[in-house]
Design a protein around this ligand. Structure first.
Ligand SMILES: *[C@@H]1O[C@H](CO)[C@@H](O)[C@H](O)[C@H]1NC(C)=O
Ligand SMILES: *[C@@H]1O[C@H](CO)[C@@H](O)[C@H](O)[C@H]1NC(C)=O
Ligand SMILES: *[C@@H]1O[C@H](CO)[C@@H](O)[C@H](O)[C@H]1NC(C)=O
Ligand SMILES: *[C@@H]1O[C@H](CO)[C@@H](O)[C@H](O)[C@H]1NC(C)=O
Ligand SMILES: *[C@@H]1O[C@H](CO)[C@@H](O)[C@H](O)[C@H]1NC(C)=O
Ligand SMILES: *[C@@H]1O[C@H](CO)[C@@H](O)[C@H](O)[C@H]1NC(C)=O
Ligand SMILES: *[C@@H]1O[C@H](CO)[C@@H](O)[C@H](O)[C@H]1NC(C)=O
Ligand SMILES: *[C@@H]1O[C@H](CO)[C@@H](O)[C@H](O)[C@H]1NC(C)=O
Ligand SMILES: *[C@@H]1O[C@H](CO)[C@@H](O)[C@H](O)[C@H]1NC(C)=O
Ligand SMILES: *[C@@H]1O[C@H](CO)[C@@H](O)[C@H](O)[C@H]1NC(C)=O
Ligand SMILES: *[C@@H]1O[C@H](CO)[C@@H](O)[C@H](O)[C@H]1NC(C)=O
Ligand SMILES: *[C@@H]1O[C@H](CO)[C@@H](O)[C@H](O)[C@H]1NC(C)=O
Length: 819
């Protein structure tokens, strides 16, 4: 029954379409289009012109949409500022003015007109298959000789063949502006237009504030374009004395694609129609990341996603203008030269910077005929010239662009971007390069000697002071390696922690309480005290000492020393004023302090720390107990992985281990580890995936994911993902504006890849770090790992596999309490 009615409707639709588009793709001066179902359809049936009401609005607009695409996708609106409140609209010709006009309310009000001039003989308004609505003379055979065309008055959509930019002869500026909302096509605050500087470049604006630059055209692409994007949609750029514009081009002509501005989210999107899933897929969206924020780092700063913080001064010749603001992550004041370019001399030099999006071109000077050498000479000739670059990177580089004033909005494009040469004053460069090299060698030698003396002094000093204790550590240390770990005595520790007072207690760690303390020199410390009762603890204590003493990374907590006296065993760490990650993300009020850029920074930091553990450190280490409460935060909210009590190391190529004692924390354990005791770097990747999802969602991963009642975090994430609404997972506190939604989506995607059931499907941390820092397409995640868990009366968890896993014996889990 359903099938029959479907076929019937299809047939009906087919008749209707064939009839209309064979009948009408143009109207003449004697015809009109009223809002009664009449429309124009382009010859090939690609586009349709007619009346529509957007979203939930009742207003009527005259617009153009794709005729064959079932999701109504409006690409152009005539009366976007003047809606018609009923269906009285009539489009017809006014022979007095020579314009096609849109009238409403019984021909009383003109809501829109083609604004055409010089129309006589026999005007025709025609819709072309490109989506262009053109007014031409019926007798004029010259294609392209239009009296008026809608492509000159774009709305929010750039179609292939449209120009974004200037007709310099008439002063026509074709710019895009977003719809105010899906219900209201009137121009919103986001616009995109070609800026006519000496070195022209397209810029997106949010109202009157510059919002996003892609950089100037460099002969091949825009200098800020990320390298790795699929070549479906290509840009090109055109400039001469008559015109300056950009266009887009679909590489495969059978693909349907467009570019659109959006007021609320993904402010500039490239969309491709997917015939298989019958919807639009976002092919690229801007802004992509924090570094796309216009001038985030102020003058003479640059933004790099791989740096912490993302904003850095150009180099050692520059320093933050307002250090206090800079260190509190307000980079807007930018950087200044340490030594002003006071006297401008001919022997000034230039430092070469590679892989950059070129700075804002508002203040530039350009000569396309010069080569790089001439450009350099020109740049030297005027003290206010700060930097130069090639305007065209083809053929080894040609053309000359010079910047004056502060350099704004520079972004590092890994693997892409361009070279920029920035002026360095003669005094900073030193006299001659040869002398400079000799100087360096001498300096290095002096430092080496000094360093050796210092090391010698400290080791001897320490040995003398803590002779007794060192022996003990060495004996305990199975690797027989000298630890070089400072030892503290018990009285010092007692004094620092106010005699281990309850007031100083920070929390309970894996094997004992943790206290806050202050050394006599004022340094704040955290002291972990092994509880005397804990027999298990001793092993973990030694473990932690062994590992962490050998690890040095800015995303790992630093061990300052230890103390072993009699029964007392203490570990001394740097103090982390902001406690741990769980303290923030799961707290109603504190979670608001973590906006998306902070969260993303934390995610990247944990990933780097873990990568170091797995791959880059001397020991290859599996942490085994990665969780939000083991990620500590320093005063600038940089994450540091802590608690190595359960960590295990692997020699050489070994990447997997097995244990009969499964320890870890519920909610973070990978299924193969929980069930079979099999741990590997991939079980850490699983835990990382959980933390990532926790950071994005602000929800705690409480236990295992159960197939039947998937109430838990991964279950929920997987459900939302499959239903195509992953953003609903996002913590409301992140908000839509303060973050880059594409980044959130990417993180959810990566999180799901990390928690996949099969360890071999999960990415390694080095791929995770790469995925976080790039825009490459990601593989589809498979089902996340899950096991069933039932609580038994003895407060232990028995874990058994579901049908997805090979049947194994039940294993009992030792549950370590979360701090
Ligand atoms: C719509 O109105 C026009 C005149 O305004 C008329 O010519 C046309 O037949 C009408 N079409 C329908 C489907 O009613
Ligand atoms: C539509 O607008 C006209 C003029 O602005 C007004 O006279 C009329 O009442 C409005 N109709 C409706 C249904 O709002
Ligand atoms: C055509 O435009 C002229 C000038 O604006 C106006 O006076 C006239 O009423 C218009 N004619 C029609 C049919 O709308
Ligand atoms: C509006 O103008 C069109 C042509 O310009 C005419 O066909 C139509 O009858 C007019 N309608 C009213 C209500 O005046
Ligand atoms: C109509 O044309 C005039 C003169 O060419 C121009 O100033 C005006 O901005 C145009 N209006 C629209 C809506 O294009
Ligand atoms: C902006 O993008 C969002 C998400 O893709 C979409 O839901 C919304 O309709 C878009 N807004 C407009 C005005 O198209
Ligand atoms: C656009 O900007 C103006 C002024 O900055 C503001 O009042 C208005 O609310 C903004 N509109 C939207 C849709 O954000
Ligand atoms: C756009 O500008 C408005 C007002 O200036 C501001 O409130 C809003 O956050 C800006 N939007 C974005 C995405 O930067
Ligand atoms: C172009 O796209 C069509 C449809 O997506 C596909 O069948 C065809 O293979 C593509 N052609 C090329 C050269 O990629
Ligand atoms: C620097 O930061 C302080 C405190 O956050 C703020 O009051 C001040 O306006 C900032 N200065 C500038 C120039 O932005
Ligand atoms: C240096 O360049 C600036 C900016 O173009 C210009 O105003 C100034 O006159 C130039 N000075 C000299 C000496 O050429
Ligand atoms: C498009 O359709 C596919 C398959 O039906 C779905 O997975 C995807 O979420 C949809 N995308 C959007 C943006 O609706």
């Amino acid at each position: 029954m359903e099938k029959i009615s479907f076929m019937f409707i299809s047939a009906l639709l087919l008749c209707y379409f064939t009839e209309t588009f064979s009948a009408l793709d143009a109207i003449s001066q004697y015809e009109s289009i009223a809002d009664n179902g009449t429309s124009l359809v382009s010859k090939g049936g690609v586009f349709e012109l007619g009346y529509f009401s957007p979203g939930s609005s009742k207003n009527r607009y005259l617009g153009i949409w794709y005729q064959k695409i079932p999701v109504q996708t409006v690409v152009w609106v005539a009366n976007r500022i003047n809606p018609i409140n009923d269906s009285s609209g009539v489009l017809s010709f006014n022979s007095t003015t020579g314009e096609f006009i849109l009238l409403s309310h019984g021909n009383k009000t003109v809501v829109w007109s083609t604004n055409s001039t010089g129309v006589d003989r026999s005007p025709v308004l025609q819709l072309l298959d490109s989506g262009n609505l053109v007014l031409r003379d019926d007798k004029d055979e010259n294609i392209g000789n239009y009296l008026w065309q809608s492509f000159d008055y774009p709305c929010d959509t750039l179609l292939p063949g449209m120009k974004l930019g200037w007709d310099l002869k008439t002063g026509l500026n074709r710019r895009l502006s977003a719809w105010n909302s899906p219900d209201d096509p009137s121009p919103g605050n986001f616009t995109w237009e070609m800026e006519l500087h000496a070195y022209p470049e397209p810029v997106m604006w949010n109202g009157t504030k510059e919002f996003l630059r892609s950089g100037p055209w460099n002969g091949l692409q825009y200098s800020g374009k990320p390298t790795k994007s699929l070549p479906l949609l290509k840009y090109s750029f055109f400039a001469n004395e008559d015109e300056v514009y950009l266009t887009i081009l679909l590489v495969n002509e059978s693909v349907i694609g467009r570019m659109v501005l959006n007021q609320t989210i993904f402010h500039r999107q490239s969309l491709i129609w997917s015939a298989s899933s019958q919807n639009w897929t976002i092919y690229a969206a801007f802004p992509r990341d924090q570094c796309d924020t216009y001038n985030l780092c102020g003058g003479n700063g640059y933004c790099s996603l791989s740096a912490t913080p993302v904003c850095q001064c150009l180099d050692k010749h520059f320093r933050p203008k307002l250090l206090a603001n800079w260190t509190s992550n307000d980079w807007s004041n930018g950087c200044e030269r340490k030594k002003a370019l006071t006297s401008c001399q001919n022997n000034d030099g230039f430092a070469k910077y590679e892989g950059l999006k070129l700075p804002d071109t508002t203040r530039t000077w350009v000569n396309n005929g010069m080569n790089l050498k001439e450009c350099r000479a020109k740049c030297l000739s005027n003290c206010s010239f700060m930097a130069y670059a090639n305007t065209d990177v083809r053929d080894g580089g040609k053309g000359c662009a010079i910047w004056f004033g502060d350099l704004l909005d520079i972004k590092q494009i890994p693997g892409g971007g361009q070279d920029l040469y920035i002026r360095v004053s003669a005094s900073e460069l030193g006299a001659k390069i040869k002398k400079w090299k000799i100087g360096l060698v001498v300096l290095a030698a002096v430092f080496a000697i000094l360093g050796m003396l210092l090391v010698y002094y400290f080791t001897c000093n320490k040995k003398r002071k803590f002779q007794d204790n060192i022996g003990k550590i060495d004996r305990d240390n199975e690797e027989q390696e000298d630890l070089e770990l400072p030892l503290f005595d018990l009285p010092t520790m007692a004094a620092a922690t106010n005699n281990f007072s309850l007031d100083n207690k920070l929390g309970e760690g894996g094997f004992g309480p943790v206290y806050r303390g202050r050394l006599i020199d004022g340094q704040e410390i955290a002291v972990k005290r092994l509880s005397r009762s804990s027999g298990q603890g001793l092993k973990e204590f030694k473990n932690e000492v062994n590992f962490i003493a050998k690890l040095q990374h800015r995303n790992l907590v630093r061990l300052l020393g230890c103390c072993i006296e009699g029964e007392e065993k203490l570990l001394v760490y740097e103090f982390m004023p902001n406690k741990s990650l769980d303290f923030f993300i799961f707290d109603e009020t504190r979670r608001k302090l973590l906006d998306w850029s902070k969260r993303f920074n934390i995610i990247c930091g944990i990933a780097r720390g873990l990568l170091y553990l797995h791959q880059d450190s001397r020991l290859r280490i599996v942490h085994r107990d990665l969780k939000a409460s083991n990620v500590l935060l320093d005063s600038e909210m940089n994450p540091k992985i802590s608690d190595f009590g359960l960590a295990r190391t692997f020699g050489g190529d070994e990447t997997e281990g097995n244990t009969r004692r499964v320890v870890g924390t519920y909610g973070y354990m990978a299924p193969e580890y929980a069930i079979e005791g099999q741990f590997s770097i991939k079980s850490d990747v699983f835990s990382f995936g959980i933390i990532l999802l926790e950071i994005v969602s602000g929800k705690r991963s409480k236990g295992f994911y159960h197939m039947k009642h998937n109430l838990n975090l991964i279950g929920n994430a997987w459900k939302m993902w499959r239903e195509g609404r992953p953003l609903e997972l996002m913590d409301e506190c992140i908000g839509n504006n303060s973050c880059t939604v594409s980044e959130v989506l990417r993180c959810i995607h990566i999180g799901l890849l990390c928690v996949q059931q099969r360890p071999e499907d999960r990415p390694t941390m080095s791929s995770v770090v790469q995925m976080l820092g790039s825009e490459t397409a990601l593989p589809e995640p498979a089902q996340p790992g899950f096991v069933t868990a039932e609580k038994n009366p003895h407060d232990q968890y028995s874990v058994s596999s579901t049908q997805e896993l090979p049947s194994v014996n039940e294993v009992t889990i030792t549950l370590l309490q979360a701090r």
